[in-house]
Write a protein that binds this ligand. Structure first.
Ligand code: DOR
Ligand code: ZN
Length: 461
């Protein structure tokens, strides 16, 4: 309750968009880092300071549930400070880190070291997922209560070479997670199909980037979605599909959801923006797993995933690797020797705004996909993902009309290889606010490392 208290700050001269709709010419009052009220400026409490947002759009802070912060173990690619500086500049107010680090995050002691590093270095709020392997089934209850966002199983091999649990172990793990209040997310690719096809192409000496796509066909994704949903149906474990890439997999997911399975899913801007043609044009830089898809798959990802609502979230799968690793200046580089993934924290909001400008998604739908649903899915709602009074004053402020073209050298991540280099956008991030404080002012990241706090506090007993 704000009562008659004077607000610390009022953000004014803006239009506010939430998942529910749009309010023109309003403002937001902030007290102690929390939202006091949203409404017409004459209805807001007085404030010590007014900040004009110059007619831009203010939305609930964007949440990215899929960020490879690379620490510990691969700090030369990224660290918590650089990842969260890039996040702040990209309009992201909360990042959720991925556990395929070295060592992997599969036990409470390692989770505690992640929190320690993030507490010292993060510029925006944060949380982390932990991995489930054959080795840590007995640690699931302790991890579930230790403030994690969610669990993750890597069914398909990817950076970090984490082996999937057997189906028996997976089924047991899902039974254990069903007893907790957390969700289990997947890298959903059938690895036996991948291993067979990759082995065959390697033997045949096929090293062109497009063969990586062929080694991970939509079938591998559809099979994994179906297996996971079958197990979820049996165990009542809530599941999530990370980086869903194909229309075929979106259709499979939709069908399982219609049968009542609690399965949520995200896609990433690159699966909506590019077809696999960019792999032919730009080679290994565009390697990512799951891979970019054919035009037909992309079209169906749009129609089933976005238009019909099979997908819940947008996330980056921000996966930094160096230029040398990505073969940026080396057209001869074998795709099999190139890691998958690329950076995305500073291109995802502009990509979504560009889709909004093209009329492919409405602004409230964008907010739902990029803020409200991720907060709900990972246990941060309504503290994050809403603009309700009393919740964290996290805002992303955007100019939906600004046109610009990406020159990757401007990115704040340690790694800048991305197929989005040279792409043009309509829509830009103007300001990022976390718990009432400006962390990015349109030019500079203004937060100090260590400003970020854990967005998913551990259970209190
Ligand atoms: O392309 C990818 N890169 N896909 C993943 O699943 C992991 C990621 C990484 O960590 O580099
Ligand atoms: Zn990933």
């Amino acid at each position: 309750m704000s009562g008659d208290r004077i607000a610390d700050r009022r953000y004014v001269d803006c239009d506010v968009v939430t998942a529910e709709g749009r309010m023109d010419d309003v403002g937001v009052a902030v007290i102690d880092g929390k939202i006091a009220s949203v409404g017409r400026v004459d209805s807001l409490p007085d404030a010590r300071r007014n900040v004009s947002l110059e007619g831009n759009l203010l939305v609930p802070g964007i949440i990215d549930d899929h960020v490879h912060t690379r620490t510990p173990g691969h700090e030369y690619k990224e660290d918590w400070e650089t990842a969260t500086r890039s996040a702040a500049a990209g309009g992201i107010t909360t990042v959720v880190a991925m556990p395929n680090t070295d060592p992997i995050i599969d036990r409470v002691s390692r989770l505690d070291s992640v929190y320690e590093t993030a507490d010292a270095d993060a510029c925006v709020d944060y949380a982390t997922h932990v991995v489930v392997t054959s080795e840590n089934l007995d640690r699931i209850p302790a991890l579930a209560g230790a403030g994690i966002a969610g669990f993750k199983v890597f069914l398909g091999i990817t950076f970090g070479d984490i082996t999937a649990p057997t189906d028996g172990e997976l089924h047991a793990a899902m039974g254990a997670i069903a007893e907790s209040d957390r969700r289990l997310g997947f890298h959903e690719e059938n690895d036996e199909i991948r291993a067979y096809l990759e082995g065959k192409f390697r033997e045949e000496g096929k090293t062109d980037a497009i063969y990586h796509n062929r080694s991970r066909p939509p079938l591998a994704e559809v099979e994994a979605v179906s297996r996971v949903c079958l197990f979820a149906d049996d165990t009542d474990c809530p599941v999530h599909m990370f980086h869903l890439s194909s229309g075929s997999a979106a259709e499979a997911l939709r069908d399982w959801r219609q049968r009542g399975v609690d399965a949520t899913a995200e896609t990433c801007p690159h699966y909506l923006w590019f077809t696999e043609d960019v792999v032919r044009d730009r080679g290994t830089v565009a390697r990512v797993q799951p891979p970019l898809r054919t035009a037909d798959e992309v079209e169906r990802l749009w129609s089933v995933g976005i238009d019909d609502g099979a997908l819940d979230c947008i996330a980056t799968d921000h996966a930094p690797h160096t230029d040398e690793e990505k073969g940026v200046d080396n057209p001869e580089k074998s795709v099999w020797e190139t890691p998958g993934g690329f950076v995305g924290l500073e291109t995802q909001v502009p990509a979504m705004l560009t889709f909004a400008d093209e009329g492919r998604v409405t602004l409230p739908e964008w907010v739902r996909l990029h803020s409200t649903r991720p907060a709900q899915i990972w246990g941060m709602y309504p503290r994050k993902g809403s603009l309700l009074p009393g919740t964290d004053a996290d805002f992303t402020v955007v100019d939906p009309d600004r046109e610009w073209t990406l020159d990757r050298t401007s990115l704040r991540s340690k790694s800048t290889a991305t197929p989005f280099d040279g792409e043009s956008f309509v829509g830009a991030v103007e300001r990022t606010v976390v718990r009432g404080e400006v962390v990015y002012d349109g030019d500079d990241v203004t937060a100090s490392p260590g400003y970020g706090t854990l967005a998913t506090p551990a259970d209190k007993d």
